[in-house]
Design a protein around this ligand. Structure first.
Ligand code: ARG
Length: 254
């Protein structure tokens, strides 16, 4: 009996294990809906306006998915859970301003980039403006972001403080608990423009990056379909309209 139960457990484990597969493009098409995960706390790219998910990459995803002839179901989760959930087949795609890095490309498959940007240094003190001036300083960054990775590479930095959300990292700077905040140039631009009273000063780029959607590793047909839809919205003016609505300029990679 014991042996039978063990065999049974092994077999059901194998069956359920093999059932956990990334949905193929055909399966997504048959279902008619693609599930896309984002964060929802990263204006102007993905954020909540009341109960509604909004932002550049939210509208861009909706336009692309429409080109694919599908409906879009959004999931909003904490940033550092997004890529892991893709690997666990909890959703089909992630669009949350992920920069393409070699490390991430080992774990997921990136589509073509949909915008180009970079991490900038922000401080209340105009003297803190480049990598060298971060020596001996405390810097706030979002956990798991490329900002964290790149600040950690700077030997002279006194302390890297991680925050679950980028807005928390910004608040730490505003409250004077850190000397600098490193974040996306467009996120910083939008935050400083809408809150001029905060006295935040934008310094130099620390690094540049290409931002892309991610699908499960091996799901090349889905990535190809997304790339095709992206090329279409870039060609027909849709991309430009959405980009200018949220960023006041066209931010595609040149
Ligand atoms: N571009 C940065 C990265 O790739 C930060 C992305 C943050 N995205 C977000 N939804 N909070 O790590």
């Amino acid at each position: 009996m014991k042996r039978f139960l063990l065999a049974y457990a092994v077999i059901t484990g194998l069956i359920s294990g093999s059932a956990v597969q990334a949905r193929t493009l055909d399966e997504i098409k048959a279902a008619g809906t693609i599930i896309v995960a984002t964060e929802g706390a990263y204006a102007p790219f993905n954020y909540f306006q009341g109960a509604k998910l909004s932002g550049f990459e939210v509208e861009l995803a909706e336009a692309m998915v429409k080109k694919m002839g599908l409906k879009l179901e959004w999931k909003a989760l904490s940033f550092d859970a997004l890529l892991a959930g893709l690997r666990q087949d909890r959703w089909d795609m992630v669009m949350a301003s992920f920069g393409v890095t070699d490390e991430r490309a080992k774990a997921v498959l990136f589509t073509s980039p949909y915008y180009c940007s970079g991490g900038v240094i922000v401080s209340k003190d105009a003297a803190i403006k480049d990598a060298a001036s971060l020596t001996g300083k405390t810097v706030a960054v979002q956990t798991g972001s490329t900002y964290m990775e790149n600040v950690k590479k700077l030997a002279g930095v006194k302390e890297v403080k991680n925050f679950p959300q980028d807005t928390d990292a910004r608040s730490a700077l505003v409250a004077g608990r850190v000397d600098a905040w490193v974040s996306d140039r467009f996120v910083v631009k939008s935050a400083t423009e809408s809150n001029p009273g905060l006295g935040l000063k934008t310094g130099d780029y620390l690094f540049v990056e290409r931002i892309a959607a991610a699908v499960k590793k091996g799901n090349a047909p889905l990535a190809a379909a997304v790339d095709k839809a992206l090329a279409e919205v870039m060609a027909d003016g849709t991309y430009k309209t959405i980009s200018e609505k949220f960023l006041k300029e066209d931010i595609r990679c040149k």
